[in-house]
Design a protein around this ligand. Sequence first.
Ligand code: COA
Length: 261
Amino acid sequence: MTFTNIEVTHAAGVSTITLNRPKQLNALDAATISELSTALTGISSDTGVRAIILTGSGERAFAAGADIGELRELQSATAAREMALRSQGLGRLMSELHQPIIAAINGYALGGGLELALACDIRIAADTAQLGLPEVTLGILPGWGGTQRLARLIGPGMAKLMMMTGERIKANEALRLGLVERVVPAAELAQAAQQLAQQIAALPPLSIAAIKQAVNQGLNMSLDQGNAFEAGLFGELAMTADAKEGTTAFLDKRAAVWQGK
Ligand code: COA
């Protein structure tokens, strides 16, 4: 499938999706959101893809937010709400996808760009990256899941501080806050993301999918409900061929050979 605003490549069980509007700092217009949804829906049924990397083209930006030109043209509250719901739908698709998604944040991750990164499972940032939710400076609020995901990730106080000032923070500060999980030199970002993706891709996919599901769905549950959900997933996984293989290989002191079953 060919796309205009994104590029999709596949290698060694890893799909890489690159936001590709570098002249607009990879700003996310409606067409890009739609292409991302189409690409991810295709990947979701491809059992050959074990991990996904999401990044931005060029050296300046992961994505500098929603396309501000499109925001200015919004004519009604209904149209604006529908725009938010469409982008939130992409976030839901990302969090329900069984493959893990790694955001490789290669520059600015602002507004909708940061919200897209927040919908990924793991975030690795270049040391040159800058992150923020500057929507308040446009007279709006983060409407693509940002108010919800940022508060869950770094706590409500810090999330409000970022959203109420709109200030950008640097990669190392984002690491300190738990907003990104790793920071690497900019020149090493692509390789670091690829290495991590391949490390995860080499592990049993049913376990990876269940971990993602347990954490993402569990975040919306009470501790008791989450633990019950986890136990159910554990029950299912324990009966898989890969669980039999993993435990047997350990006791036989050999490397496991995973089947994804
Ligand atoms: N939507 C549409 N276009 C955008 C954009 C966005 N979110 N962010 C940047 N661009 C465009 C600029 O309009 C400019 O286009 P031009 O070359 O045709 O003038 C181009 O990308 C480069 O951006 P520019 O602002 O000239 O670069 P800079 O280095 O001076 O500043 C940023 C970089 C990221 C600080 C600045 O572009 C910015 O603040 N962008 C908006 C961030 C934002 O508010 N996002 C939230 C949206 S909800």
